[in-house]
Design a protein around this ligand. Structure first.
Ligand SMILES: [Zn+2]
Length: 298
């Protein structure tokens, strides 16, 4: 389902078939994140551009992104599939329907923030798909983000700041701006907030009518860090990392070599790794631990 409107059609068909229904079987051989348990009900199906998010009533969200060849199909139980079983990335079965995502390019689950514990006041920020969206308004919402302990990576995904940024864009925006994902939002200057917002808008808009996401045209595959863990960063040559981040445990791809802007501790002193390993800051020590491990491995 390459076009945006076909994503809407697919989501609409999935809604009719799945919302309110209980899952009797869930299978995905390439799932990253918590699994969907039988007995869970489908609460809602959202689309953001070409992403489809299926929200289950236990707060787990199944995120899928289709590139050129991916598609959601709906079948009645027992009905013959139009594609081969091994091409199925996700199977969601209910009593009445079997929804199958074939050849999804991204499949991920994560836990949605509990909105009753974290009430979201203030409403949604501007939608980046809208070319009239006020960039300074988004930058201001990011700069004045209410949870001062949040990381920049968490704040970027919050639709109260701006809408249109999913997990793929979040990783790519942070890389493009060279910003450390664990930077506390309170330490990110206003100019960097604006830089992040403008980069987000440029990436989201450049991909609005495209079936394949391209944020870094010079990198094979078109993405600088997302999905490239273990590969070399095209900018600095360091190895791209994959880390689960935050309450929702979403996957964060990033480069420790060049995403050093607003690093969450005062200075990098590579000459004294022992002293740095005792850094009590959790994000800092995680980063240092990573660094020491990579040194040991090299
Ligand atoms: Zn790099």
């Amino acid at each position: 389902m390459p076009e945006g409107d076909s994503t809407c059609r697919a989501a609409s068909a999935l809604r009719t078939a799945l919302v309110g229904r209980t899952v009797s079987r869930f299978e995905s051989d390439r799932l990253m994140g918590p699994t969907i348990r039988p007995g869970t009900a489908v609460e809602r199906i959202d689309t953001h551009g070409k992403d489809i998010e299926i929200v289950f009533d236990d707060g787990i969200v199944l995120y899928t992104h289709m590139r050129l060849t991916g598609a959601w199909h709906l079948y009645r139980p027992g009905q013959k599939w139009r594609k081969r079983r091994h091409q199925a990335s996700v199977i969601i079965e209910t009593d009445e329907w079997v929804a199958v995502a074939f050849k999804a390019s991204e499949v991920e689950t994560y836990r949605q923030f509990d909105q009753t514990r974290h009430p979201r006041a203030g409403g949604s920020g501007p939608d980046l798909h809208n070319t009239n969206a006020d960039m300074h308004e988004c930058a201001s919402r990011l700069f004045h983000y209410d949870n001062r302990d949040a990381t920049v990576a968490e704040a970027l995904l919050d639709s109260r700041v701006m809408s249109g940024v999913g997990n793929v864009f979040r990783c790519e925006i942070l890389w493009a701006c060279g910003v450390h994902p664990w930077a506390k939002i309170s330490s990110v200057p206003q100019s960097t907030c604006l830089d992040l917002v403008l980069t987000a808008a440029a990436q989201v808009r450049a991909n609005m009518d495209s079936p394949v996401r391209i944020t870094a045209p010079d990198v094979p595959g078109g993405l600088a860090v997302y999905g490239r863990n273990g590969q070399k960063c095209s900018r600095c040559g360091d190895v791209i990392r994959l880390t689960k981040m935050g309450e929702s445990a979403r996957l964060l791809y990033w480069c420790p070599g060049c995403q050093v802007g607003c690093e969450p501790y005062p200075e990098r002193d590579d000459s004294d790794p022992i002293a740095r390993a005792t850094d009590s800051h959790p994000a800092g020590s995680m980063f240092v631990g990573d660094m020491l491990r990579s040194r040991a491995a090299s």
